[in-house]
Design a protein. Structure first.
Length: 372
């Protein structure tokens, strides 16, 4: 009896002990080779020499339908490809497309540096993109000098558009850079309440591209897909203004049942927020693990100032640490001429990075060396 009592008291005492929670390492530390690999180019490149006819492609987008969509800007069309680069079809005429996204109905939404948004309804035409009409679903006729430079869907059907006003950027008090928020029926809800011409976070100066954090969770978590958080890129400078954060991560939080946006200040002091890292970042993508990919237009090939950042792309951990970079001006292997678009397969295994090498009229593909 005494022995059982002692065991019972011992069990009671142990039951109330608090065990420490396990430490979960950051994503870059959960894989032993992360940051140690290098990218190799997959050949052949998708260029004229190998049967492709791209002209100044400005964007590449991986759809939820597992097709790649290229804004073939110089040819006034959208090209639909499979993941291996096989062309499945081309769209009807759309003037100088610049950026692409896709909503939960698999409709493509496109902007082209005008004040309009276009749509291609793929499902309605059974993914025969050549049969689907290009429809203008929004035009800001009251602001003819506005240019829409980037687009991304969030929360299923709503979407953001990055905007610049070309009418007047010669003063430091007139607002000329915006991120618009649209409802799913293409109604402009208004610009996000960012700081006008600010030099810090949550402010935009000549924004160039944008990706919703929804892209990280597509077909994985319906609840996580419904997020307003996003990452955007920007030139970050005019003759009078300069913003030191050319890539900005805008997170979200909930308060009393409503979702609010806030800049991710945890990345301050990391590589991705380094004010000297980029020259002119044009686009950004994320994968399932939260790794961030940024393509930088970089300095021109003919630019004698070699101290400026070169063209290419970068891969960062979710905590902002640079893991890899493939950069260099030119037209050869692992070289770029004003690249403007980037897309990435969602999972680390067999992951391919696609880059729209705009000035060289081609699409390049890269894979980490440890995957061979």
């Amino acid at each position: 009896m005494i022995a059982w009592l002692a065991v019972g008291l011992l069990w009671i005492g142990c039951a109330h002990e608090k065990l420490p929670l396990p430490n979960i390492p950051p994503a870059e530390d959960q894989y032993s080779n992360v940051g140690k690999e290098t990218y190799v180019q997959l050949n052949p490149p998708l260029d004229r020499e190998h049967g492709y006819d791209f002209s100044k492609p400005a964007d590449i987008y991986l759809g939820a339908d597992n097709f790649l969509y290229i804004a073939d800007t110089g040819n006034d069309r959208i090209v639909m490809m499979d993941l291996g680069g096989g062309i499945q079809g081309v769209s009807q005429y759309i003037p100088h497309p610049e950026a692409i996204t896709q909503n939960d109905s698999l409709q493509l939404l496109i902007v082209n540096k005008t004040n309009a948004v276009y749509r291609i309804d793929l499902v309605k035409y059974r993914h025969r993109i050549w049969e689907a009409p290009v429809e203008k679903v929004f035009e800001q006729s009251s602001e003819p000098s506005r240019q829409f430079t980037g687009i991304t869907v969030h929360t299923g059907f709503e979407y953001y558009v990055t905007v610049i006003d070309t009418a007047d950027s010669s003063t430091n008090y007139k607002e000329f850079s915006f991120i618009y928020d649209f409802s799913g029926d293409h109604t402009l809800k208004g610009p996000l309440p960012m700081h006008v011409n600010g030099t810090g976070l949550y402010s935009a100066i000549v924004p160039t591209g944008i990706v919703s954090l929804r892209e990280r969770y597509l077909d994985v978590s319906t609840r996580a897909e419904d997020t307003k958080a996003f990452i955007f890129t920007q030139t970050g400078r005019t003759r009078l203004l300069r913003n030191n954060f050319k890539v900005q991560y805008i997170a979200s939080y909930f308060f009393e049942g409503s979702e609010f946006l806030t800049p991710n200040t945890d990345l301050i002091g990391t590589d991705i927020y380094d004010p000297e890292k980029f020259y002119n970042p044009e686009d950004v993508a994320v994968d399932r693990l939260g790794f961030i990919f940024v393509v930088d237009e970089g300095r021109r090939i003919t630019d004698p100032d070699t101290t400026q950042p070169p063209p290419g792309f970068y891969r960062f951990s979710p905590s902002g640490k640079q893991l890899q970079a493939v950069v260099g001006p030119g037209s050869g292997e692992k070289q770029f001429n004003g690249p403007k678009g980037i897309a990435v397969l969602p999972f680390l295994e067999d992951q391919i990075v696609y880059v729209a090498d705009t000035g060289n009229d081609r699409i390049l593909m890269f894979q980490l060396s440890t995957q061979f």
